[in-house]
Design a protein around this ligand. Structure first.
Ligand code: KIV
Ligand code: ZN
Length: 515
């Protein structure tokens, strides 16, 4: 059986997609989970893009235990320097250099000739190699590149020291047959290809990202680049969970395996959705809410008689457990710890203590606390891990269908200074509260997304608020959880503001360090 290595680019290509930006602590949490999932390579970001990106890549490099950690770099020295400076802390550092090779990209984007591209690619890889052993080279838009030229480019970068050549279907244009042919052609024509890894990176514009990746693997690619939930530029990248489960479920067909621990798939997908506030569609393969639901009578009957009548994979294989009610107000800390462990999170004593306090409060208000409730508490705790520049002391709202809403909030800043303000809004208590908070903070924020949903059914269900604020062209997430949805909405707003202030501090710090 052949080993197919998985390169996860959720934190780079995935993060580039609209609405998917993450702050540093969210990126670190996700990177740890992706490492636990068992991927071989984590593409942690594009270090040169901004001081925040640089810091995120270097912090991820420090915490990842098993996977190689890579940073993207254009084929220029300053990008490669930044990429290396960020990944050098990793146990297994890697640099990913890319340069476009298709006629259309060379002519209109790069304004370079073939000769110049060939020379630049080899020079950049040689420069990267002088700093780091493991170098990936991507010929951007490879699938629309003249094949003979592509062979020349890959031969040149292999000579210059590349350890992996990547074949991106950048615009998601190829079909599986074309990708199969291309990879086969490269294997037959590129001198030295047998000494390097061959990877593919397929976008999903025609919904063929996964099929193209699998076809490439059958033609000889041994690394597949993909993202959790298939997030990424435009229609996204090939989805990691679909590739891994196709290989796992159809071993008979593919005769290949990955190093992924499939039981971590569901937790990883959920974590990403929680961080970005972007849920997968219900019928999404593998991780959608309906992926293992059997609705029709005929199917239910079949599944009850023998699961395999309609189930090709078991939900447990991806780590999916049913959303049963498990704990209540008499449950102790041990039971809570065991439950948390079951759905894949590792908590230390300090974190457990904090969550236990919140759990008890919740159990006092609800009779039984579901797994989803506990996960929400845990996630809320992690979302607020970043330093609190502002903290809510209390709020009070006056609301009714025939009156203008009024909200008074008292907020304390990190210097211990408290301020109370009152604001009014004809758009309701949440808008009034946000106005009051902005006044206390002394800054207006651009609210670009706001979602509210109940975790479980019932009027006593916890509400989850997920929102996004724009500040200086960047988007920041905020999350709030609570039985009281106004409080959850206020918490989410303050969390997003804290994210903004934290990012500003980090950016400032990185700029000073790199002066
Ligand atoms: O889609 C693409 O071509 C990329 C490259 C940088 C590999 O993301
Ligand atoms: Zn891409």
């Amino acid at each position: 059986m052949k080993l197919v290595k998985i390169l996860d680019t959720t934190l780079r290509d995935g993060e580039q997609s609209p609405g998917c930006s993450m702050n540093i602590s969210e990126k670190i949490n996700l990177a740890k989970q992706i490492d636990k999932l068992g991927v071989d390579i984590i593409e942690a970001g594009f270090a040169i893009a901004s001081p925040g990106d640089f810091t995120a890549v270097s912090e991820i490099a420090k915490v990842v235990e098993n996977a190689s950690v890579s940073s993207l770099a254009r084929a220029v020295e300053k990008d490669i320097d930044a990429a290396y400076d960020a990944v050098k802390y990793a146990k297994k550092p890697r640099i990913h250099v890319f340069l476009a090779t298709s006629e259309i990209h060379m002519k209109y984007k790069l304004k370079m000739t073939r000769e110049q591209v060939l020379e630049r690619a080899a020079k950049a890889v040689a420069y990267a190699k002088s700093k780091c052993d493991d170098i990936e080279f991507s010929a951007e838009d490879a699938s629309r590149t003249d094949r003979e030229f592509l062979v020349q480019v890959y031969e040149a970068v292999i000579k210059a020291g590349a350890t992996a050549i990547n074949v991106p279907d950048t615009v998601g244009y190829s079909t599986p047959e074309e990708m199969y042919d291309l990879i086969k052609y490269l294997h037959e024509n590129v001198k030295g290809i047998e000494n390097v890894n061959v990877s593919v990176h397929c976008h999903n514009d025609l919904g063929l990202g996964v099929a193209n990746s699998l076809a490439s693997m059958q033609a000889g690619a041994n690394i597949i680049e993909c993202t959790i939930n298939g997030i990424g530029e435009r229609a996204g990248n090939a989805a990691l969970e679909e590739i891994v489960m196709a290989l796992h479920t159809r071993k008979d067909k593919y005769n290949a395996y990955t190093n992924i621990d499939t039981t971590e798939i569901y937790a990883t997908s959920k974590l990403l959705s929680k961080i970005t506030g972007i849920k997968v569609q219900p019928n999404k393969a593998i991780v959608g809410d309906n992926a293992f639901a059997h609705e029709s009578g005929v199917h239910q009957h079949g599944v009850l008689a023998n699961r395999e009548t309609y189930e090709i994979m078991s939900p447990e294989t991806i780590g999916l457990k049913s959303n049963k009610l498990v704990l209540g107000k008499h449950s102790g800390k041990h039971a809570l710890r065991d439950r948390i462990k079951e759905f894949g999170y590792i908590v230390d004593e300090e974190e457990l203590e904090k969550i236990f306090v919140e759990f008890k409060k919740l159990a006092d208000r609800l009779k039984l606390v579901s797994d989803a409730d506990i996960e929400a508490l845990l996630y809320q705790n992690r979302a607020t891990e970043i330093p609190e520049e502002f903290k809510l002391d209390y709020y009070l709202v006056y609301v009714g269908n025939t009156v203008t809403s009024v909200s008074s909030v008292k907020v304390t800043n990190s210097k211990g200074e408290s301020k109370e303000t009152t604001a009014m809004s004809k758009f309701g208590p949440i808008d009034a509260s946000y106005k009051a908070i902005s006044e206390v903070v002394g800054e207006q924020f651009d609210l670009v997304d706001f979602k509210i949903e109940a975790i479980t059914g019932g009027t006593d269900a916890q509400g989850v608020v997920t929102l996004k604020l724009n500040s200086n062209g960047k988007t920041f997430n905020g999350h709030g959880v609570g039985v009281d949805i106004i409080e959850a909405a206020i918490t989410a707003y303050i969390v997003a503001i804290n994210n903004i202030f934290y990012d500003r501090k980090l950016t400032q710090k990185t700029m000073e360090e790199n002066k």
